[in-house]
Design a protein around this ligand. Structure first.
Ligand code: CP
Length: 327
């Protein structure tokens, strides 16, 4: 598919921190040559193990679709609780599970189990000789990351805006322990962009990510949501997160109204976008609804700013490109 040297062959894709700008662009250029509605025989006879230990709609199905489009096969389970790893009585260690799967597939795509341990993708990559792609893991501490979502987000920005360099990129909401935001920062910091961080108290990226931006090509500043929506060329939306860090059932009676107001203050509505640049685009890794309601109101879907469903569709193309380069 490409004449450029493929340094991604056989590599584990655990973090976008480990990928150079040239390598990310190799993925984007490869994606540009692929049609996600067409079938290829690039990976005919190859098998992808889809090890999803937690819920997913987009990542799992787009990876599976990508592998099928490339002519390969997919193995996996409907529910990890039916594997030996998930069996509380006659269980198996994570390491042994990976050792087994290594014998059955040519690559592992894994969304890690949500059991409080934060290092699963790294362990899988250590144990397995075949490439391991981190398909996102969720729990803090801050190393949680979703590198392929980061790749498809950068690809979407490039496709929608024609470039990445020179853009002002807003990141709103509580992104401190948000796996996609971490990946976006690692990817975008290698471009000449300005991050506009508009986050609730304790919702901004930690020093580690801010330092990474400083050590690379990008710049950043902290702004209000209003300023971010006015200045940005691209806005990555995340909701406000938990009010005072509490789950809904932990809120005291007198806190409930304030919690609603807080969630509302971070929601993106058509009204909040009235002073935005005419060509500013809104992105979200989806789902955009959860315990706190909608992060982006459905009324925004009808505007030309709404890029999030195209962003999700690009997941197939970008994952086809990545699979064809790694396997
Ligand atoms: N964007 C994303 O990772 O979605 P899923 O959790 O549905 O895979």
């Amino acid at each position: 598919l490409t004449m450029v040297e493929n340094t991604l062959k056989g590599r584990d894709i655990i973090s976008l921190k480990d990928m150079t700008r040239k390598e990310m662009e190799l993925v984007f250029d490869t994606a540009d040559k692929l049609d996600p509605r067409k079938s290829y025989d690039t990976l005919k006879g190859r098998i992808m193990a889809a090890l999803f230990f937690e819920t997913s709609t987009r990542t799992r199905l787009s990876f599976e679709s990508a592998m099928h489009r490339l002519g390969g096969g997919v193995i996996g389970w409907a529910d990890a609780s039916v594997t030996r790893f998930g069996d509380p009585t006659r269980g198996e260690t994570f390491e042994d599970t990976i050792r087994m799967i290594e014998g059955y597939a040519d690559l592992i795509v894994m969304r890690a189990p949500q059991t409080g341990l934060d290092y699963y993708p790294y362990v899988a990559a250590e144990v397995a000789q075949i490439p391991v792609i981190n398909a996102g893991y969720r729990l803090p501490p801050e190393d949680i990351e979703h590198p392929t979502q980061g790749l498809l987000d950068l690809y979407t920005v490039k496709k929608e805006k024609g470039r990445i360099d020179g853009l002002k990129i807003a990141m709103t909401g509580n992104i401190r322990y948000e796996r996609t935001s971490h990946a976006r920062i690692y990817g975008l910091a290698k471009y000449d962009v300005e991050f506009l961080f508009a986050n609730p108290e304790s919702g901004a990226p930690t020093e580690k990510y801010l330092n990474y931006i400083k050590e690379n090509r990008a710049k950043y500043c902290h702004v209000s949501l209003e300023e971010a929506l006015k200045e940005a060329d691209v806005c990555f939306v995340v909701d406000g997160g938990a009010y005072k860090g509490k789950k809904p059932e932990q809120l005291l009676e007198q806190e409930k109204a304030d919690a609603l107001k807080f969630a509302e203050s971070w929601r993106i509505t058509v009204d909040k976008l009235k002073d935005s640049k005419p060509d500013m685009i809104i992105m979200h890794d989806l789902p955009r609804s959860g315990a706190g309601g909608f992060a982006i109101y459905p009324e925004v879907d009808k505007t030309p700013r709404a890029v999030y469903f195209r962003e999700a569709a690009n997941g197939v193309t970008v994952r086809m490109a990545l699979l064809s380069l790694v396997v």
